[in-house]
Design a protein around this ligand. Structure first.
Ligand SMILES: [Zn+2]
Length: 415
């Protein structure tokens, strides 16, 4: 199967200005890109293409990557759940639906930040990869792990025990069930338990054991961290991605900058902005959540411009899945980067594409010959206005691995 997308404005994911050209997709990859008015290339490709898509007036860009996803946080634009913890079967239904909702909204890859049910995400990732259900590429995770006695999800048994051996047992369990990234809640969470953000829930020995065991098993670590101490432990353990980091001090910024090539960072403004906007019914108390969101956003507004200037890879993804911050709104994070963190639209797009692809460890996130054809056709120019990505009707084409999840109206069969 060969698909030619011609005369389109191409944003390649790296942050450079869009250029007009044509892209030929063959099988699951981008076979050829011709920039400018090289009509001979387009004509040549057109003769051999099965499908030709006219891209005039549209922007071709890489599919987006959400770096902090909880598919089992059940609420989406399509269905709101008022309770957080659901029966296992319903969690599964919600996760499978949410994967499809995210693909419908232009996300072709997801990095999971933890699940509320065991086994759901490895099963879902396998089903998506096998083409049994629509969804983005998924790095699956398991239950978010916090140690005994803390306010995490009480999962019992192998999950919550203390000490390095318990960590090794947890990693072995996760590896067996097909998880690719474990989630460690290293810092407390003010939004749930006031004044706990500076608490550090794991010992150095536990974190180092998790680091060694995950490296040996070929797994990654994602960490929920707020304080300098928690951030330091996560980096020492070799975590692949750090979330939040709101209370990073000067020395921590120095360290993050010095080690920028070995980790990723996703602050997660989506949930903070949505918490501040929310007007919950009287029986729902969001006081702590709103107070925590305000503090975090203020700190991050100072922190993130520094980290960006130092070359740290800052990614989008903002704890979507609450009723007030449902799945499907994930592209709001790009606008939050512009509004709160001083990003240009092109920089926000790069955070959502090139850096996301690097996080996934896949040849995705840029428009480049030989790379995966995970592509969007957007009505308009997101490098001028990223908010247009929030409107799924402006996504005229959604392609994952060369297959059309959403086909544009103006597809013409060649010949
Ligand atoms: Zn999260």
């Amino acid at each position: 199967m060969r698909t030619l997308i011609r005369q389109v404005s191409i944003f390649d994911g790296t942050g450079s200005s869009p250029q007009t050209g044509s892209v030929l997709v063959e099988g699951e990859t981008i076979a050829r890109i011709a920039f400018g008015d090289d009509a001979s290339v387009a004509r040549d490709a057109a003769e051999n293409a099965d499908v030709v898509i006219d891209g005039r007036g549209l922007t071709l860009m890489p599919g987006m990557v959400d770096a902090h996803t909880h598919l089992t946080w059940a609420s989406s634009l399509e269905k709101v759940y008022h309770q957080f913890i659901l029966p296992h079967d319903e969690l599964k239904v919600a996760a499978w639906r949410n994967a499809r909702v995210l693909l419908d909204h232009g996300f072709t890859s997801l990095y999971s930040a933890g699940a509320l049910g065991d086994l759901i995400e490895p099963e879902l990732a396998r089903a998506i990869a096998a083409g049994e259900t629509p969804g983005p590429r998924l790095v699956p995770s398991t239950l978010e792990r916090s140690p005994d006695g803390e306010d995490g999800t009480d999962t019992g048994g192998v999950f919550n025990g203390r000490g390095p051996d318990a960590m090794r047992a947890f990693v072995a369990y996760c590896a067996d069930e097909g998880v690719q990234s474990i989630k460690l809640v290293v810092s407390g969470e003010d939004a749930l338990k006031p004044n706990s953000a500076m608490d550090v829930l794991y010992t150095r020995e536990e974190m180092m054991a998790a680091g060694e065991a995950t490296r040996a098993a070929g797994l990654w670590i994602a960490c929920h961290t707020y304080s300098p101490e928690a951030i330091g432990l996560a980096l020492d353990a070799g975590a692949r991605i750090l979330y939040h980091c709101s209370f990073a001090d000067e020395a921590t910024v120095e360290r993050m900058a010095a080690e920028k090539d070995r980790f990723f960072y996703a602050p997660g403004p989506g949930v903070s902005v949505a918490a501040l906007e929310a007007s919950p019914p009287p029986h729902i108390d969001m006081t702590h959540m709103k107070a925590s969101a305000r503090v975090r956003l203020e700190l991050e507004a100072k922190l993130i411009p520094q980290l960006k200037a130092r070359g740290v890879r800052v990614l989008i993804g903002g704890d979507y899945g609450f009723p007030f911050n449902p799945h499907g709104r994930n592209a709001r994070d790009l606008q939050h980067f512009v509004d709160h963190f001083g990003y240009t639209p092109a920089e926000a797009l790069r955070a959502a594409t090139q850096y996301g692809g690097e996080l996934m460890g896949l040849k995705t996130g840029v428009v480049r010959e030989g790379w995966l054809a995970d592509l969007l056709l957007v009505d308009g120019d997101p490098t001028q206005d990223v908010s247009i990505l929030q409107d799924k009707d402006r996504l005229k084409m959604i392609m994952k691995g060369g297959k059309l999840h959403k086909a544009p109206a103006q597809v013409a069969a060649a010949h």
